[in-house]
Every structure is written in structure tokens, then in C-alpha cells.
Design a protein around this ligand. Sequence first.
Ligand code: WQD
Length: 338
Amino acid sequence: MKILVTGGLGFIGSHVVVELQQKGYDVVVIDNLSNSSIDVLSGIEKITGTKPEFEQLDLREKSAVASFFKKYQDITGVIHFAASKAVGESVKNPLLYYENNLNALIYILQQLQEKKQAQFIFSSSCTVYGQAEILPITENAPVQKALSPYGNTKQVGEEIIIDTCNVAKGLDAIALRYFNPIGAHESAEIGELPLGTPQNLVPYITQTALGLRDELSVFGDDYETDDGTAVRDYIHVVDLAKAHVLALQRLLEHKNKSAFEFFNIGTGTGSSVLEVVKAFEKVSKKPLNYKIVPRRDGDVTAAFADTKKANDVLGWKSQYTLEQALASAWKWEQKIRA
Ligand code: WQD
């Protein structure tokens, strides 16, 4: 069975390609290389022994999307990652985010709704919950007005898929709402490649530990949490990748109870910024330079997942600990800078 992975050379996409190939799926990757490298194809091949088929194309070009589906008529299963993901950039350039993240989605769905049967997995985010009132966060928590255009593309993206599933009788979709993906494949052949200064905590930590950054700024120690720093649910990217394969299997086996379903994908455990720093120091055996600075705009106090629905329905549970995830991120960072 051939599966399309859009954005398949990116951080999460590349790990999903590996898991799919290891489960015996043929994979076709679409990527425009705007935030990824062609070398990731060789990294995937080193791990799995197989280079996925690759098409470099821009999903914002409607005619290119149509030509792709004409060429690969047997593709009905799509895992869609291709999107821009920098929260701050999205505030500065909202139309870029709406164009990238929504046009591509619409063009793919237009192709899938023509098919007798199709399966679509959407890369969504816990950002749709904002600061949830009740922790851990279940899928029943209300979606709150997004704090950034990026977050809004995930909310609107889910709504576009729901509306399309309502009319496209053969289309089944699952949205996975990720908490904070971190880490890298244990082989260190693939991992995260942030462009420029990292915005996310873990790449900033690993770059600081290597001396590429002077010190980590910890954004705020006056939150209402045990140590005053903000709490997140850091999920190993390989665990996250496995959730995608299970979600796809559910759709292919017609086990889904409704045409659109969504699941929280996290570990279920919240860790504060200082706990992450301490855990990193333990696995790297290096003290980390950091200083406390004021809060970052738009950050919530605490978010971590209730994973019961994913456990019960998808049969998925995270396996890796925070320390294992940080160790894999550290191994990857050292390898790419060697
Ligand atoms: C984690 C914690 C920061 C950097 C974002 C997106 C979300 C998502 C994952 C997308 C926060 C603190 C960070 C630093 C720090 N999905 N921090 N110093 O903001 O929870 O989620 O990435 O692709 O949609 O919003 O992740 O890694 O940026 O921050 O103190 O230099 O680390 O304040 O508490 P976040 P993050």
C-alpha cells in the first residue's frame, strides 16, 4: 500500500516515513525543501534500507497537486505535515501562514474527495486548547480562540476537514493534536534541523550545551507551577511517529467510529522548563548556562495531555522517558555539529 507523506523530509514527517517503511508501507514523499534538506532522504535510507519515492513540489500550486494525484492514482492514504510552524513568524506574516497551511490542505482534500475511499491524517496541535481550565487536557476540553495565526491554521484546518468529511462520503480523517515533540531517531540519522535561532526549548538547550548559544533564556519563573516555570508535555518524536501509523491503520481497517476523529498525543506527564534543564544536565553530564528572563508573549502556564483516548482507541502509549528523549536530541545535535 502506497502512502503519501507531505512534508516528509521535515522533523516529524521524516520519523513517520521511517515508521511506515518499517511496517511495510511504500511511501511517496512530497516536500518543497523550504525548511528541510534533501539529505534527509539518505538518512531515512540508512535506517530502513529503502529510499522513499520523492517529489519536490509546492503544495500551494493547485495544478501541481492535481498532476501529482493523476500520476499516483493509487494513492488514497495521506499523512499531511507540510506547513509552516513558527508561532512568532506567523504573527509577523499571517497571510504567509494562511496561504501555506490552508491552501495546501484544501488542494489535497479536493483531490481526496474525488476518490471512492481515502484516508487523511492531519498534523494538529495542543495549541488549539489554549490554556485549558482542567489538566490533564482531554479531547473534550473546549477549543479556544487561537493566540497566533499559526494556531488558527490548525483550528481552521480541523474545521475544513470536518466540513469536507461531512460531504465526501469516502473520506475518513484523523487529526492528531501533538503536545511538544522533541528528540530524534536513536540512530541519529534523522532529527530536528531548526533554521536559524531555535524558537523551541529543546533545540535551544542542545545548541547552548554545544556552545553555539551563550545561554538559555528561561521565559518566566513566576507562573503558578511548583517551581514557577511553565509546564509542557514533551513527547519523543518516535513515539509520536508511531501514533500516526496506528491512526492510519485504524482508517484503513475502517475501525473509525465517525468520519472525523481526533486524539491528543502526549506522554500524560507535565515537565517544567527547569525540570527539562535538570534532566538535560543529567543525561549530558554538562551544566547548562541559563538565566531567568520575563515571560514570552502568548505562552500558557501549563499543558499536558490526558492520553486515555489514544491509549484505548488507537492502542497507543508513549514508551520513551523525558531523559531518553533528551539524550536522543543531544546525540543528534552533537552528530550534526561534529
Ligand atoms: C516550551 C517551554 C517556553 C524556549 C510550540 C508551539 C506549539 C507546538 C510546539 C508546533 C515554554 C519555554 C522556550 C526558550 C524557554 N507545535 N522556553 N526558553 O511554546 O509550548 O509550543 O511548539 O509546531 O504549537 O506553540 O514550545 O518549545 O517553544 O516552549 O524558556 O528559549 O519552554 O516559554 O514554556 P511551546 P516551546
